[in-house]
Design a protein around this ligand. Sequence first.
Ligand code: ZN
Length: 427
Amino acid sequence: MFFKIKIIYFLIKVKLEKLTGLYSSKWYKKINTFFFLKNLKSSKFYEFFNVYSSNFFELPIINKSLFMENFNAINTCGITYKQASEIAERSELSRDFSPMINNVSVGLSTGTSGNRGMFLVSETERANWVAYMIDRVIGFSFTEVEIAFFLRANNKLYESAKSRKVSFNFFDIFQNIDSHIERLNNLQPDILIAQPSVLMVLSKKKVNGELKINPRKVISVAEVLTNEDRTYFESIFQVKLDEVYQCTEGFLASSCSEGVLHFNEDFLIIEKKYIDEERTRFHPIITDLLRKCQPVVRYELNDIITEKKNCKCGSNFLAIESIEGRSDDVIELVDNENKMVSIFPDIIRREIVLADERIKDYAVIQKDNITIMLYVESDFKGSYLLAKSALVKRFEVYNVIDFTINKMDISPHKIGDKKRRIKNENK
Ligand SMILES: [Zn+2]
């Protein structure tokens, strides 16, 4: 109950900030930043920082590997790397996502940087997240809203948005998508949230008449959404597609009335690390003012962002033209009944990253109906076999037995090309 009161509190706060214009006010953000930096004192890693005499830019820029190496020193809730990884692995394997440590939930991320990351979110932070999701994505409604949410893991973060008004229905993308169709038809969701690769399969099912749902809102998450796919989904579902740029690292951006993604700059500080001479494409370096349990400070993401200037909606929050780096393919194999099985990139990524934490980079390429090429980069020789057997096991769950996995010795990724870890060349 206390949790719901927290959500209502944050929702009122968010609405008031909007109503008064505070949310886009520079001095209001400065005050919030000041208190955020002051609180950094409780983190061993940031202890050196003195909010009165130090400069924000003295804080080190970190990435996922540094974040993980200093896990124990960075987080302020006294949770060790060992405790957190035990709990995260256990819930991934058992598909039971309820365990937490003292009200703190642990999320695993694979993202685009290859190695895995772990993220801690406290109850208050979850309530705050839900409030922002209701405000920016779901929309407030007096009638009950059924949400169908396709995910690879039912993180506590998402489950927490459940209430009498909003009901989150979790669809595990680890399961064969065919098994979800009937449940979707019965549920008749008002809102459908899924990654583009899942939306693609659902669209085809809708075209052939198997899927009979008409959500009033369709939200694309997690992977890169191309313009062609957007147009296609909009024509199939007859709605304007919304987009959320959300990862374990945080709720980063959501789409405006023009359908353009804007960073949530009211609670995020975004720095741009340009990667081309024309200064059009950058890696975002994020500081999340909402995260206290595990501060996310000057954290560099691998995604490549192209900035959009002057969005028609009038918002002064940084607008995104495109995000590169999260576009992977669906692997399609045939099961023992000769039926095509779609295995989503998220699942492949997860299997490999969970197989061995020493894996630094990897690639999976489907060559034809039965041949998969696997590249694994690691200092440990056994990593390749661990990754391979994890994939074999996963395929077997889908009753796929007729396939071979061959080793690639060098990374198939050419510098300058769009980074794709999972590629289906058999399409
Ligand atoms: Zn806009």
